[in-house]
Design a protein around this ligand. Structure first.
Ligand code: C2E
Ligand code: MG
Ligand code: MG
Length: 555
């Protein structure tokens, strides 16, 4: 127990002396309570100010309570719970303090607090920090970016969003291992962080994508920043003995113009990023409204196409191939169309490229092949003359490892003779992976299937493959036929292509014959087969059957 007033200690009891390690009550007289305490309390406050404030409060208000670290004369520290009460002694007021040693409880509380802080911190790390790069993760980015956007709205400050994708990260992971991939991620994260300003936010938002919010950034500033980021990515990254050139694609969106909230900004910068990626590595692209429409249309179209395949909305039309000599039908090309319930008949140029990109061409192409082979069988069984069937193969189908099996299966389920099937390949498909290509072509030929180069002259125009690969046919692209009428050069070129094919002992087919003039020209160059609207457009199976029947009935 201790008595004290504004000026200091007045008296104390035995227990207080023991607590403070003092010999007699005289020692405390005229001293202040904080003389028996360290200068600073554990919470860093000055002990004198802290104690004075409570004593003053007790004297003014009647009571006060606080915890205070005190120092025993042997130098050991302890914590006391101090309750102060104002009492009247003679004419004056003094404070009566009861001190209780609570060191053990206090230390336990302290330990608990530290533990709680540590748990809190690691929980925060788990929830908000990306383990590989130590950057904020997606959740944290959303939270921070949202706050920054809201602040920017309040003071009408510009904001820009960037999505930065590392190209080929999965290749690096697959070929050099995940540690190498992580090293690349860490180095990219470091470079990004070093390039942006302090007020900007960078985070890893998904496997290979980083998000950056540029605070106070206009279009020019965003463009500038994108260039800086690209420059920062230019030096190679060393991983063990390897030097890796990391390419990045950057998509940018601007607050206001491209979106008025985080979600729009993020989505649009990502759309722009995919565009940048498609345009080649190491480039940036601003979002544009047109991209949105394209992205949306694609998405809708792609899912509609899957639906269409399941719901049998695709149909195959047939266009005759005729012999130049007598203009009789010697073959037919299967051309797919989409019979859309609302939009009507959609041509392949509008959906084949997307099917190729999305991989849907694999089931679609197989369906076309099987359908057309079966159709041929139906006509043969109906006693119609047997003709050749041409089916287009897209590059993706051609490079699929089980192509040969797929073709063999189509032939066996339909019972079509292999020699009546011609597979049309584009120059593009033939240019890649030449050894694998040679094998595939060899296997197809071994089955008895015949092979044609479609749209000849529009692709890589490297002629070496014509000699190297076991091809049977060359289809001269329609554009050369059109050029015949346009210029004398056109005549020379068309003639040269036909000659080239004939000299390589390939059958030559000219595509896109629309007029009798074109027919006569091609005939005079010695082209053996023709195809075009002049003879017939691609037509449904039933109409093609009519053409075929008319021909077989004719003398
Ligand atoms: P392609 O294989 O070169 O097919 C010939 C295209 O030329 C067809 O267009 C045909 O309708 C058109 N054509 C034929 N004669 C004339 C003519 O006299 N004048 C004009 N202006 N055009 C003519 P279509 O049916 O629109 O097909 C376009 C392309 O789509 C095809 O070009 C082919 O590359 C692709 N395609 C069509 N069906 C399939 C398929 O089942 N699988 C794959 N992978 N591609 C296909
Ligand atoms: Mg074709
Ligand atoms: Mg063609």
């Amino acid at each position: 127990m201790v008595f004290l007033d504004h000026d200091g200690l007045l008296d104390c009891n035995e227990a207080a002396l023991r607590m403070l390690g003092l010999a007699s009550p005289e020692i405390v007289l005229g001293r202040r309570l904080d003389d028996f305490a360290p200068t600073l309390q554990p919470h860093e406050q000055s002990t004198r100010e802290y104690v004075t404030a409570h004593v003053e409060a007790a004297l003014a208000d009647g009571q006060s309570r606080f915890e205070c670290q005190l120092k025993c004369s042997d130098g050991s520290l302890f914590v006391a719970d101090i309750r102060l009460h104002r009492i009247q002694i003679g004419g004056g007021q003094v404070a009566h303090a009861v001190l209780r040693d609570i060191t053990v409880r206090w230390e336990n509380e302290q330990r608990l607090r530290t533990l709680k802080d540590a748990i809190q911190a690691s929980l925060h790390t788990l929830t908000y920090i990306d383990g590989v790069t130590q950057l904020p993760n997606r959740e944290s980015f959303h939270e921070q970016a949202n706050q920054a956007i809201n602040r920017a709205i309040e003071i009408s400050r510009p904001v820009a969003m960037a999505s930065v994708a590392i190209n080929d990260l999965s290749n690096i992971n697959n070929s050099l291992g995940h540690d190498a991939g992580n090293t690349v991620l860490q180095e990219v994260a470091r470079r990004l962080s070093a390039t942006i300003h302090e007020s900007d936010i960078v985070a890893r938002v998904s496997g290979n994508v980083f998000g950056i919010l540029f605070d106070g950034c206009t279009e020019e500033c965003a463009e500038h920043s994108a260039r800086d980021l690209l420059a920062a990515m230019a030096p190679v990254i060393r991983v063990g003995d390897h030097e890796i050139n990391v390419g990045v694609a950057i998509g940018l969106s601007l607050f206001g113009r491209d979106g008025r909230d985080l979600w729009d900004l993020l989505q649009n910068s990502e759309t722009a990023m995919y565009r940048a990626k498609a345009a080649g590595t190491d480039t940036y692209q601003f979002f544009s409204g047109e991209m949105y429409t394209i992205a949306l249309e694609r998405l809708v179209l792609e899912s509609r196409m899957r639906h269409a395949l399941e719901h049998h909305e695709f149909v195959v039309h047939y266009q005759p191939l005729v012999s130049t000599v007598d203009e009789r039908i010697v073959g037919t090309e299967a051309l797919v169309r989409w019979q859309h319930p609302e939009l009507g008949l959609i041509g392949p140029d509008r959906f084949i490229p997307l099917a190729e990109q999305s991989g849907l061409i694999i089931p679609l192409g197989e369906w076309v092949l099987v359908t057309a082979c079966r159709q041929m069988r139906v006509w043969r069984d109906a006693g119609l003359p047997s003709i050749e069937l041409s089916v287009n193969l897209s590059p993706r189908q051609f490079h699929k490892p089980n192509l040969v099996e797929m073709v063999a299966k189509a032939l066996s389920v339909s019972g079509l003779e292999p020699k009546l099937l011609v597979l049309e390949l584009t120059e593009g498909a033939l240019m890649d992976h030449t050894d694998a290509t040679l094998n595939t072509l060899g296997e197809l030929r071994a089955m008895g299937v015949r092979l044609a180069v479609d749209d000849f002259g529009t692709g890589y125009s490297s002629l070496t493959y014509l000699k190297r690969f076991p091809l049977n046919k060359l289809k001269v692209d329609r554009s050369f036929v059109q050029d015949i009428a346009n210029s004398p050069d056109g005549v020379v070129i068309a003639q040269a292509i036909v000659d080239l094919g004939r000299n390589l002992r390939l059958e030559v087919v000219a595509e896109g014959i629309e007029t009798i003039g074109e027919l006569d020209a091609l005939r005079s160059y010695g082209c053996e087969f023709l195809q075009g609207f002049y003879f017939s457009r691609p037509v449904p199976a039933a109409d093609f059957e009519v053409l075929l029947r008319a021909q077989s009935d004719a003398p």
